[in-house]
Ligand binder design. Structure first.
Ligand code: SF4
Ligand SMILES: [Zn+2]
Length: 322
């Protein structure tokens, strides 16, 4: 859909109508779980589990989001979310830290029924940290209500995405920077630590602008009071992003830009900064670079220290051609 100047008009209708089909999901089972290493806030490298809960689709339609793929169209019945958590905890090794990610906002009561909070909290007894995600619009007393039921420390992840004002508007996130700052402040005042998701190279930005705005977004997130930032290279695959890719309005970021942004974030020494290293082969044409850089990013994620870059032979060949 374009306006009279030929520019794409980004709105809920266009984003939703660009989608493909959802994956089949079972409301009684999470659609995934995993355990990976993470440097904890206390400075220890420990197992961190993530349960990907199946629940109703997020009411927002962010331009870059593909989380709707594993959601239901209607709220899941009361009791389904605790059943999913119980099932996943039985499958996985015992961990101290757990993310409960629900493809939306944990505090959206159409996603996670409030009536389930108590049962969820009792299933999480014995954990040290529980991390959930939420859009700022759902950050209110319900966070405190859930925190008070938990034995573990509650942390909340919020998508800041980008502080480039025009791009943030185009992402259709229905969030301002003030909304983000206000929510982080509210959580901090109430003793709840927060983390920010930051996008590397959202649409309509060049590679260098992508790096620049990811760095400014890290600056902003820490100044707002978050304790941790996660940098996510933007992908296509949700329909809308694929259209933008075809039109030349979006290009996948380069894997080396992710290194630059992580180096910058760690160098600030303002809190933990992690790079999302999932499927980095999308962001490089060289398999050797992908292996070298994935290892390097993993090491920097875990130690929060900048590791020297290794020069892959493809870069030397490129330099000779240029
Ligand atoms: S708020 Fe989060 S889950 Fe909801 S559409 Fe936006 S990115 Fe996706
Ligand atoms: Zn290479």
């Amino acid at each position: 859909m374009s306006n009279k100047n030929g520019e794409v008009v980004i709105n809920d209708h266009w984003i939703v109508s660009s989608r493909g089909k959802k994956n089949p999901v079972d409301p009684q089972k999470p659609y995934g779980w995993l355990v990976e290493k993470e440097l904890s806030a206390s400075g220890k490298i420990e197992d961190m589990a993530t349960i990907f809960l199946t629940n109703m689709e997020c009411p927002f339609h962010c331009l870059m989001c593909d989380l709707w793929k594993n959601t239901t169209d209607h709220p899941v019945p009361a009791g389904a979310i605790p059943a999913q958590i119980e099932w996943a905890l039985e499958q996985m090794p015992k961990v101290k830290h757990l993310k409960l990610y629900n493809s939306g906002s944990f505090f959206d009561d159409r996603a996670i029924p409030v009536a389930d909070y108590q049962k969820i909290a009792s299933l999480l007894t014995g954990l040290e940290t529980v991390i959930v995600e939420s859009h700022p619009k759902f950050i209110d007393e319900s966070c405190l209500h859930f925190r008070d039921m938990l034995q573990a420390e509650l942390q909340i992840a919020i998508g800041l995405e980008t502080v480039q004002p025009e791009i943030l508007r185009k992402l259709n996130k229905h969030m301002t920077l003030d909304d983000f700052r206000f929510s982080v402040d509210y959580l901090t005042i109430n003793g709840i630590r927060s983390r920010a998701f930051i996008l590397l190279r959202p649409p309509f930005l060049s590679e260098s602008e992508g790096i620049y705005w990811a760095q400014r977004s890290i600056d902003f997130a820490f100044s707002a009071g978050v304790e941790c930032c996660i940098v996510i290279p933007v992908r296509a695959g949700n329909g809308a992003m694929d259209h933008l890719l075809e039109n030349g309005d979006f290009s996948l970021p380069d894997i080396h830009s992710l290194e630059s942004v992580l180096e910058y974030g760690i160098g600030l020494n303002a809190g933990r900064v992690f790079a999302d290293v999932w499927d980095l082969s999308l962001f490089s044409g060289c398999t050797n670079c992908v292996t070298l850089i994935t290892n390097r990013l993993n090491e920097m994620n875990l130690n929060q220290k900048i590791v020297g870059r290794e020069r892959c032979s493809c870069r030397i060949i490129n330099d000779q051609i240029n």
